[in-house]
Design a binder for this molecule. Structure first.
Ligand SMILES: Cc1cc2nc3c(=O)[nH]c(=O)nc-3n(C[C@H](O)[C@H](O)[C@H](O)COP(=O)(O)OP(=O)(O)OC[C@H]3O[C@@H](n4cnc5c(N)ncnc54)[C@H](O)[C@@H]3O)c2cc1C
Length: 476
C-alpha cells in the first residue's frame, strides 16, 4: 500500500503540478468552486510560486520580470484580481501614453494608429508612416483589390498578411507588434490560433483592410481601459493566491514522474509517492510531455511537438536624469533583421501612472523564436548589451543604479501553423483519461487571462467529474 500523506480519506484528491498562474488558478477554483470538498496539493519545482510572473519590488517601484499587463477584454484576469479583493489596486495605462515606436534602419517611427495585427482600416495609415519603401507601398495598394486566396485551412500570419498587405508591412510593422505578444516568428505563427478574425475578414470581405474598416468604431466618450495591472505588480496576485492556498503548496518539489494506478495516479517526488484521484498538469508542454509519457504516450508525443522561444528581460532602474525618455512614449519595438538584438523596450513610468517615484525603470526584451543567441549570453554581457542598445533608442547620459536579468526557459510557447488541430488531437487522446487534465499557456492562449481561464476550466471539469461520482471517487 502506497503512502497517502496528508490526504483525507474520503475527499477526492487532486495534484496540481506547477505553481505558475495556470496551476494556481486551477487550485484556487478547485478550492472555491469545489466548496471545500476537494483536497488539492500544488507541487512546484522552484523555490517560488508564480512561474513567468515575477515582480522585483526592491527599487520602490515594481519592476516586472515577466508579464506586466492584463488584457481587460479577457475578463478572467481582472475578474480574478477583483475576486481576490485586489480590485482597488488595479490601474489602467498612463493617460498620457502615446504608444510605442518602431525602430527601422536607425530611425524611430510611431506605430501607425488603429492597427489590428498590423491591419489598418485604410492604407493611408501605413502609407504615411515612413516605414514603407516604394515597393511596400505598391504592394499595400494592391491589397485593396485582392484576388481570392486559394489556400484553405490554417496559414501562417506572415503568409496571410503578406498576401493582403505585402511583405514589408509584415516584416516592418506586423511582426514587431506581434512579437511583443507571442515572441514568435510571424512566418510560422498560426493565423487560426492567434488572430482567427483575420481569416473571417478574408472570407467575408476578401480584403483584410475592408474587414478592419467594417469594425464598429469605439463608442463616443472616455474609452474603457484596454490593459490594467495591479499597482503593486502582478506578483501581488500570485501572493494573494498563495496566501489562500499556502498549506497546500509544496515549493522545491518537482514532480519526477506520474504513473497510472487503476483509476488513480501515483505522483512521484523526491520525498515520496502520493496517490491521487486526479492530476492537473500546469507545466510547460515539454514537461507535460515527459510527465504524461507513462500514462498516454500519444498525448505525450503531441505535447512534445509544441515549440518554445526562450526569452530574457533586462530590468534597468535609473535615477531621474540618468536617462531621457521620449515624452509620452511607452517604449520601442525592433523588427528582426535590424542591427539591434533587442526585440522591445518598455518605459515603465510612461506606460503606467506610478507618479514621481524617484526611479525610472526600463525593461529591455531579448529572444526570438529560433534565435537564442542573446538569451544564451551571461547576465553581465546581456546587461552591458542592453545598456548599449538602449542608448540607440533614447539618450542615456548616466548609468543604471540597479540591473536585474530575468530569464524565461523554455519561454513562450509557439502557436505554429496547425496548432488548433494539434490541441484538438491532444484533447482527444486525453479523452480516455478524464482525470488527467493539462492547462497553461501552451494551449488556448498565451496571456495571463487565458491561463487563468484554462486553469478554471480544468477545475470545473474535475469538479463535474467528482460530482458525477464516477468510479474511483471516494464519496464524502
Ligand atoms: C517576458 C514575458 C512577458 C509577458 N508579458 C505578458 C503580458 O504583459 N500580459 C500577459 O497576459 N501575458 C504575458 N506573458 C505570458 C504569460 O506571462 C505566461 O503565458 C503565463 O504567465 C504562463 O503561465 P503558466 O502557469 O501557464 O506557466 P509558467 O508560468 O511557466 O508556470 C509553470 C510552472 O511549472 C513549474 N514546473 C515545471 N516543471 C515542473 C515539475 N516537474 N514539477 C513541478 N513544477 C514544475 C515551473 O517551475 C513553473 O513555476 C508574458 C510572458 C513572458 C515570458
Amino acid at each position: 500500500m502506497l503512502p497517502r500523506p496528508g490526504w483525507a480519506a474520503t475527499l477526492p484528491r487532486v495534484a496540481v503540478v506547477g505553481a505558475g498562474i495556470s496551476g494556481l488558478a486551477a487550485a484556487h477554483y478547485l478550492r472555491t468552486l469545489g466548496g471545500g470538498a476537494v483536497e488539492v496539493t500544488v507541487y512546484e519545482k522552484s523555490p517560488r510560486a508564480g512561474g513567468a510572473i515575477v515582480t522585483d519590488l526592491s527599487q520602490g517601484i515594481p519592476l516586472e520580470g515577466g508579464p506586466d499587463s492584463l488584457l481587460v477584454r479577457k475578463t478572467a484576469g481582472v475578474g480574478l484580481v477583483r475576486e481576490l479583493g485586489l480590485g482597488d489596486n488595479l490601474m489602467a495605462t498612463h493617460p498620457g501614453a502615446r504608444g510605442a515606436d518602431i525602430f527601422h534602419e536607425g530611425v524611430l517611427y510611431p506605430i501607425p494608429p488603429g492597427l489590428i495585427a498590423g491591419v489598418p482600416s485604410s492604407p493611408a495609415a501605413l502609407l504615411d508612416s515612413g516605414l514603407l519603401g516604394p515597393q511596400g507601398k505598391r504592394d499595400l495598394m494592391r491589397g485593396r483589390r485582392p484576388r481570392p486566396r486559394r489556400a484553405g485551412g490554417d496559414v501562417s500570419l506572415g503568409e496571410l498578411l503578406a498576401y493582403h498587405l505585402g511583405p514589408e508591412v509584415v516584416d516592418r510593422i506586423a511582426a514587431p507588434l506581434l512579437s511583443g505578444i507571442y515572441a514568435g516568428d510571424i512566418w510560422q505563427l498560426s493565423a487560426r490560433a492567434t488572430y482567427p478574425q483575420l481569416l473571417e475578414w478574408e472570407q467575408r470581405y476578401r480584403s483584410l483592410i475592408a474587414g478592419r474598416a467594417a469594425m464598429p468604431p469605439p463608442p463616443p466618450g472616455p474609452r474603457a481601459p484596454i490593459f490594467m495591472t495591479p499597482r503593486q505588480g502582478l506578483e501581488s496576485v500570485v501572493q494573494a493566491l498563495v496566501g489562500a492556498l499556502s498549506p497546500q503548496i509544496r515549493l522545491n518539489t518537482p514532480v519526477d514522474a506520474l504513473v497510472p494506478q487503476g483509476t488513480e495516479f501515483q505522483v512521484h517526488t523526491r520525498s515520496g509517492v502520493d496517490v491521487v484521484d486526479a492530476v492537473v498538469l500546469a507545466v510547460p508542454a515539454t514537461e507535460a510531455a515527459r510527465l504524461s509519457a507513462e500514462v498516454e504516450p500519444a498525448a505525450a508525443a503531441l505535447l512534445g511537438t509544441i515549440p518554445y522561444a526562450p526569452l530574457a528581460v533586462v530590468g534597468l532602474v535609473f535615477d531621474p536624469g540618468d536617462i531621457e525618455l521620449p515624452v509620452g512614449k511607452t517604449g520601442a519595438l525592433v523588427p528582426k533583421g535590424e542591427e539591434l538584438f533587442l526585440t522591445a523596450a518598455t518605459y515603465v513610468t510612461q506606460k503606467w501612472p506610478y507618479g514621481e517615484e524617484g526611479a525610472v525603470p526600463v525593461r529591455v526584451f531579448y529572444g526570438r523564436s529560433g534565435d537564442d543567441r542573446a538569451v544564451a549570453m551571461s547576465d553581465e554581457d546581456l546587461a552591458a548589451l542592453s545598456l548599449t542598445e538602449l542608448a540607440r533608442l533614447t539618450p542615456v547620459p548616466g548609468s543604471p543604479r540597479y540591473v536585474r536579468v530575468f530569464r524565461h526557459r523554455p519561454g513562450m510557447p509557439q502557436y505554429t501553423v496547425g496548432h488548433e488541430e494539434r490541441v484538438q488531437a491532444l484533447e482527444k487522446c486525453l479523452g480516455g483519461w478524464p482525470r488527467l487534465r493539462v492547462c497553461g499557456s501552451a494551449f488556448h492562449g498565451v496571456g495571463v487571462p487565458d491561463c487563468i481561464k484554462d486553469g478554471r476550466a480544468q477545475a470545473e471539469a474535475l469538479i463535474g467529474q467528482f460530482a458525477g461520482g464516477s468510479p474511483g471517487i471516494k464519496q464524502a
